[in-house]
Design a protein around this ligand. Structure first.
Ligand SMILES: CNc1ncnc2c1ncn2[C@@H]1O[C@H](COP(=O)(O)O)[C@@H](O)[C@H]1O
Ligand SMILES: [Zn+2]
Length: 363
């Protein structure tokens, strides 16, 4: 585990409200309990429960959203989540979140996202690079930061880019509003759109107009695809040719063929799949087949808070479950740089970071 923590890594599939520390959730619940908004003892039990079905996970998200409604809390969790990822040597983080509207507290989708950006600005433990367009020149990689990325000390740098999520419960209009907001916020590090939410809800065709518009406007797209069996939807999603997909759990022969020939990179979330029982055990996980086929893959957490995991833990898990050595795991981490949504300058910087680490680490 420690070795994987010391290695530089990228995280491409992390939901903000799924990545909150348990201690922060408990603190927020205690405050709302004191105000009489919730019953703390009921909520404490739900937060600390470790095994959750997919259905229970979405009930938990509804609760988490009650705990994190105000702007200041959104800022706080963003700051903490970035600091937590940086502390395990994530050098590039694509953080996704669903912009929320709550008229009773004067929150619009824009003000929610402004609170997220405020959280990025509030990080002081590490240097955060999050503005995508303003600095488009090549800058030399700071070797001091690089040393830190290898030995796990403080004072390092993390690139953060944002994806705006469309929730499957939303309407076409609401999805379109999210895409327009993403376009408005490109200079603030928004690089793409994610489609997520309870896979038993909503219809793919509802989101298609907004996703097509996003693509026309140059935003990158990742879709939660095949979390539950739904042949028709999976096929249509693959035909859409998103830049990446998440999960790919419930594919059949024909969908595997389509995926492999399209070479769409897959965000693999092992612990999430096992905990939600979308995959019954690691030895039958599709990671093995895709890895052997040299299909583009990236290991991710999905919801590090909800599933009590970290990127390092996911690497550790994959290494032991699939008998992969340090060198292979390092190459897997390095290869993920090819699938990030940020511009070429960031890719070049990250390549340099991995090249330097490769020389320095005991592989
Ligand atoms: C377990 N697998 C999953 N499948 C699908 N969607 C998921 C998810 N995990 C998280 N989300 C999506 O992310 C939201 C929480 O973060 P934000 O409020 O956006 O920051 C959830 O409400 C859900 O829409
Ligand atoms: Zn997800």
């Amino acid at each position: 585990m420690e070795w994987f923590a010391s290695m530089p890594k990228v995280e491409l599939h992390a939901h903000l409200n799924g990545s909150i520390r348990d201690s922060t959730l408990l603190e927020l619940a205690r405050v709302l309990g004191e105000k009489g908004v919730i019953v703390f003892s009921d909520v404490e039990h739900v937060i600390m429960k470790s095994d959750r079905s997919l259905h229970e996970v979405f009930k938990l998200f509804d609760l988490i959203h009650v705990l994190t409604t105000d702007h200041a809390t959104v800022t706080r969790i963003t700051q903490e989540v970035v600091e937590d990822f940086a502390s395990e040597n994530i050098v590039y983080l694509e953080l996704r979140t669903t912009p929320k509207r709550n008229e009773s507290i004067g929150m619009s989708k824009r003000s929610y996202m402004d609170a997220v950006v405020e959280g990025l600005r509030a990080v002081s433990a590490v240097d955060v690079d999050f503005a995508s367009r303003s600095i488009d020149v090549r800058r030399p990689v700071n070797t001091k930061n690089m040393n830190d990325a290898c030995n796990g000390t403080r004072g390092k740098k993390i690139y953060v880019r944002l994806l705006l999520s469309i929730d499957r419960r939303e309407t076409t209009e609401a999805a379109m509003e999210t895409v327009k907001l993403a376009l408005e916020m490109r200079d603030l590090g928004v690089v793409g759109i994610d489609l997520s939410g309870n896979p038993t809800k909503g219809e793919w065709t509802t989101f298609l107009p907004a996703l097509k518009f996003a693509r026309e406007q140059g935003l990158q797209i990742t879709l939660h695809c095949g979390e539950i069996p739904n042949k028709e939807e999976i096929q249509s999603m693959l035909d859409f040719l998103p830049q990446r997909i998440g999960h790919a759990c419930c594919f059949e022969e024909e969908e595997w063929r389509k995926l492999k020939s399209s070479k769409i990179p897959v965000e693999i979330c092992l612990t999430s799949n096992i905990r939600t029982e979308t995959i019954s055990s690691l030895d039958i996980h599709h990671f093995v087949d895709l890895y052997k086929a040299q299909h583009p893959l990236v290991l991710c957490t999905d919801d590090s808070g909800v599933f009590s995991t970290s990127v390092s833990r996911e690497y550790d898990l994959a290494a032991s479950a699939f008998s992969l050595g340090r060198r292979e795991m390092f190459q897997l981490a390095k290869s993920a740089v090819k699938f990030i949504f940020a511009n070429g300058r960031v890719k070049e910087d990250l390549k340099e970071i991995f090249d330097l680490a490769e020389k320095k680490l005991d592989l």
